[in-house]
Ligand binder design. Structure first.
Ligand code: NAD
Ligand code: DAU
Length: 380
């Protein structure tokens, strides 16, 4: 299903029907691209209109990316495709919807993806099934979206000689021991644990193969745990904040000793922008902001920040196969592309996130009851 928005309606109809103006747009943009070249010369390109296809742009990270681009690169043309499953939320694009093209559709739809990719310069591929717990209940949608969906994008990118940035996760590397000084870097061996992380690992491998075998222009980033506004209430931090807001206790899996390397979503997205502007094709960049925290400490910080006793949480059933620790070494990104995170104080970032959920009850409330019913069934 396709939904038209504002001034972009005609352009989008043309793209989807594969007719005249879309072809002309596509030919114009094709002529400016030399295959295998660096994506752009970054700040030298400021002012040049760029056409982006953002997959999964109604999800958490993708929608924040669109908001950031409207502010930082207002002349870029953006098309979002999102299948609007349970994690897609049009309200996440409030304030920018009138400036973008929005297509409700599935990245597994070959014809739809072919038309949309033909009409852009660059695909930024966020779309995925993203929640580990869901992948343990039913892996199939993960195989479909993360593997088949990425395959469809790659084939369209190859056919139309477009560029791709593939968004991936640090979970492809498996986990680290709690007391291990090691961190993940670009040379760490893949060792995924869950259906989610294994399908993300597989999608990364597809991208590598398409670069090597077919010479497509693509970059990959593997980022650690994001937090910030517009994150679904199934995820750890928003779940605990909204539990407190609804007068219940946060729920800690198992002992709560597991460590995640937290990064604010805007820092993830500024790194993605640095990579699409200055990254080298075929390269992988790890994104992280030295934000290691154990889950118990995060819950305590949320409780204290919301005026509750730090110990006022419940222990619930642990996640099967629960990864112990993630940690990112982002030296390559910092040295080669000059990227630096802005949110270096986790407590401040968390406080701002709590405020966002307090002020945006209408965004999360409709998702909450169904999410908690699922967790209750699993004893979580
Ligand atoms: P999310 O679940 O909030 O958003 C994913 C979006 O993709 C949703 O809007 C969903 O409707 C859409 N989508 C899923 N399958 C689709 C399909 N077949 N066709 C079209 N749209 C589809 O997830 P997120 O946290 O924003 O994650 C975005 C990307 O970032 C994912 O690729 C994820 O693996 C990666 N990532 C996430 C994190 C994190 O901490 N959340 C960290 C590193 C990497
Ligand atoms: O590392 C990047 C990954 O981070 C992304 O690839 C995933 O898309 C994203 O969901 C996230 O995966 P995690 O499994 O680490 O995130 P989640 O928010 O589900 O859980 C974070 C930690 O908190 C994890 O150790 C499990 C724990 N947890 C989670 C929930 C929902 C709890 O203790 N209680 C909870 O209620």
């Amino acid at each position: 299903m396709v939904e038209a928005q504002g001034a972009n309606e005609k352009r989008k109809r043309d793209v989807l029907s594969g007719t005249s103006s879309a072809d002309r747009i596509s030919q114009r943009s094709d002529s400016g691209i030399s295959e295998g070249s660096v994506l752009s010369t970054g700040q030298n390109q400021v002012g040049a209109v760029r056409k982006l296809l953002v997959t999964g742009g109604a999800g958490f990270i993708g929608s924040n990316f669109v908001h950031m681009l409207r502010h930082d690169r207002p002349d870029w043309q953006i098309t979002v495709i999102d299948k609007m499953g349970y994690a897609g939320n049009k309200a996440s694009l409030d304030g920018v919807m009138k400036d973008i093209s929005f297509v409700e559709g599935d990245i597994c739809n070959e014809e739809l993806i072919d038309g949309l990719v033909a009409d852009c310069d660059l695909v930024v591929h966020f779309a995925a099934e993203s929640h580990n717990d869901n992948s343990l209940n039913n892996p199939w949608p993960f195989v479909e979206s993360n593997l088949l969906g990425t395959y469809r994008i790659l084939e369209a990118v190859r056919k139309h000689s477009k560029k791709l940035h593939h968004i991936s996760t640090d979970e492809v590397y498996g986990d680290l021991e709690l007391n291990d000084p090691a961190k993940f870097n670009e040379s760490t061996r893949y060792n995924p644990s869950s259906p989610y992380s294994s399908t993300k690992a597989g999608s990364d491998m597809l991208v590598h193969a398409w670069v090597r075998s077919f010479g497509i222009h693509a970059t990959i980033s593997n980022c650690s745990n994001n937090y910030g506004p517009r994150q679904h209430v199934e995820k750890f931090i928003p779940r605990q904040i909204t539990e407190v807001l609804e007068g219940r206790k946060p729920k800690l899996y198992g002992t709560g000793e597991q460590v995640r390397d937290w990064i604010h979503v805007d820092d993830h997205n500024s790194a993605v922008l640095a990579i699409i502007e200055n990254g080298q094709s075929g390269n992988v960049y790890l994104i992280g902001a030295d934000g290691e925290k154990d889950n118990k400490s995060v819950v305590e910080l949320i409780l204290k920040g919301m005026g509750k006793e730090a110990s006022d949480y419940d222990h619930v059933n642990d996640r099967p196969g629960h990864d112990m620790r993630y940690a990112i070494d982002s030296t390559k990104l910092q040295n080669e592309l000059g990227w630096q995170p802005k949110y270096t104080n986790f407590a401040d970032g968390l406080k701002a996130t709590v405020e966002w959920y307090k002020e945006n009850e209408s965004w999360w409330k409709p998702l909450k009851a169904e999410t908690e019913a699922k967790y209750k069934k699993a004893g979580q």
